[in-house]
Design a protein. Structure first.
Length: 115
């Protein structure tokens, strides 16, 4: 799961910046190489990434709390913010591209023709 996504048809590798842009757009995209449509799947990857970030932040905060003699929330806040920022940086590595089923493709083609 920790890799940049590839086109499910021609296996063209999408680079980091391109995946960042695709992440903000529609769920169905067209491959720039083979011109076939595919789905951009985010939910499962985002759940995994969120769980990883949450676990790492909690463990780090517990270690900081055990090692500090005085209760100071600044190191806890800094470590939590750092993990959240790292989570946003790693979003493209947890996005997946899937082939569109033929029935879904027919529906999308019909809706495009109506427009």
């Amino acid at each position: 799961m920790f890799k940049l996504p590839v086109c499910p048809y021609c296996h063209t590798i999408y680079r980091y910046n391109k995946v960042r842009k695709l992440n903000k757009k529609e769920k169905v995209q067209v491959c720039y190489h083979c011109k076939k449509e595919f789905k951009v799947k985010r939910l499962r990857g985002m759940v995994v990434l969120g769980a990883i970030v949450l676990i790492l932040a909690v463990v780090t905060n517990l270690i900081i709390l055990n090692n500090l003699n005085s209760l100071n929330l600044t190191p806890l806040l800094i470590s939590t913010v750092a993990y959240v920022i790292l989570g946003f940086i790693f979003v493209p590595f947890f996005i997946d591209f899937k082939k569109i089923k033929k029935t879904e493709q027919k529906l999308s083609n019909e809706s495009k023709k109506k427009k």
